[in-house]
Design a protein around this ligand. Structure first.
Ligand code: NAI
Ligand code: MG
Length: 326
């Protein structure tokens, strides 16, 4: 069966790392047909629209999308794209790799972040001059869906430590519901899990990350805790992510368009290539996904490495080394 993959490089280093990931996928024995779409700042300047209808349609029709990064128009591109693929779960692994300087070398955790509601539901108001409000939406359905996804992810990927992050002592109604539903899911599955207040959890993640595996989070908590974990393992050039929907999904590095290094051919392609490995897992190519990860790990350990990792290799040199390892 041939899978159709939408490829949307976007702006800045998205233009450099996305082709690198496609080159890696093309080395594999998989049946992918790549369909290219444009989006981002440059596209907006040319067409007046950061996410043209053709590009939205390509992502909607594809089996999965690879997205690089957008610049200033990021919110106008990535938020609609996540909703076009119906993404309810944002999966953000943070792992330290041998051969690299990480603040916490024993980190290996995955944030399973609710991707549709919470404080990012977009319901904000100006009540009167100088007074604004935000409505935090938590539903039983979305909480159950993210909890089921998180417990299943832990089981499939052999993570023993599962933590449900919340702040139900203060946000009694909203996080009370999130916590109740997530705990119910854990009990129905006879799974072992812990619950943690998200503020104290931030401290524990920084000090003893080795105690954590899968962390199931409401939207904002997942956004912030996963960036904290990114700092523990050595930076943005390494962090992939997946936005998973019922029938579609989008894979992207956590980093942005990096205008400070764009065009210099020095962007680290690892985050994007590891995102492509997550795409392979999602489309049920676990062997190929593992092979890509092993090749990336080997090059992260022994080089050549891009300047952000202390090396002097170009994006292409590092990508070619990863392809050679494959
Ligand atoms: P950024 O992630 O683009 O860059 C932050 C720092 O990390 C920069 O110093 C950059 O050079 C470095 N960096 C990032 N990825 C790297 C890689 N692969 N290799 C080597 N170094 C890397 O975040 P920043 O600077 O806050 O935002 C720049 C632009 O990107 C903004 O216009 C922002 O709106 C956009 N952005 C887009 C996102 C998306 O499309 N999903 C996400 C985050 C930011
Ligand atoms: Mg963020």
């Amino acid at each position: 069966m041939t899978h159709e993959i939408a490829v949307i490089p976007g702006d800045g280093i998205g233009q450099e790392v996305t082709p690198a990931a496609v080159d890696v996928l093309e080395e594999l024995d998989v049946h992918f047909e790549f369909v290219h779409g444009e989006a981002g700042d440059e596209t907006q300047a040319e067409t007046g629209d950061a996410l043209p209808e053709e590009t939205a349609a390509i992502a909607a029709d594809a089996d999965a999308t690879l997205f690089g990064a957008a610049g200033e128009t990021a919110a106008d591109v990535i938020l609609p794209l996540r909703s076009i693929v119906g993404s309810f779960a944002n999966v953000r692994p943070a792992r330290a790799y041998p051969g690299l300087d990480a603040l916490q070398p024993d980190t290996d955790m995955v944030f399973i972040r609710e991707n549709t509601e919470g404080v990012y539901s977009g319901i904000e108001d100006e009540i009167t001059d100088g007074v604004r409000t935000l409505t935090r939406v938590i539903t039983e359905d979305a909480s159950e869906q993210i909890a089921e996804f998180g417990f299943e992810y832990a089981k499939r990927n052999d993570y023993d430590d599962i933590t449900i992050a919340h702040k139900a002592n203060v946000m009694r109604e909203t996080d009370g519901l999130f916590l109740d539903v997530a705990e119910r899911v854990g009990e129905q599955r006879s799974a072992e899990y812990d619950t943690a207040l998200m503020d104290a959890l931030a401290m524990h993640l920084a000090m003893t990350p080795e105690d954590y595996g899968v962390v199931i989070c409401p939207n904002l908590a997942g956004d912030m805790l996963s960036d904290l974990a990114a700092g523990l393992v050595g930076g943005l050039g390494l962090l992939p992510s997946a936005n998973i929907g019922e029938e579609n999904a989008l894979f992207e590095p956590v980093h942005g368009s990096a205008p400070d290094i764009a065009g210099e051919e020095v962007a680290n392609p690892s985050a994007m290539i590891l995102s492509a490995a997550m795409l392979l897992d999602h489309l049920d190519y676990p062997g190929e996904a593992a092979a890509v990860r092993t090749a990336v790990e080997s090059v992260l350990d022994s080089g050549p490495k891009t300047p952000d990792l202390g090396g002097s290799a170009s994006t292409t040199e590092m990508t070619d080394a990863i392809i050679d390892e494959l």
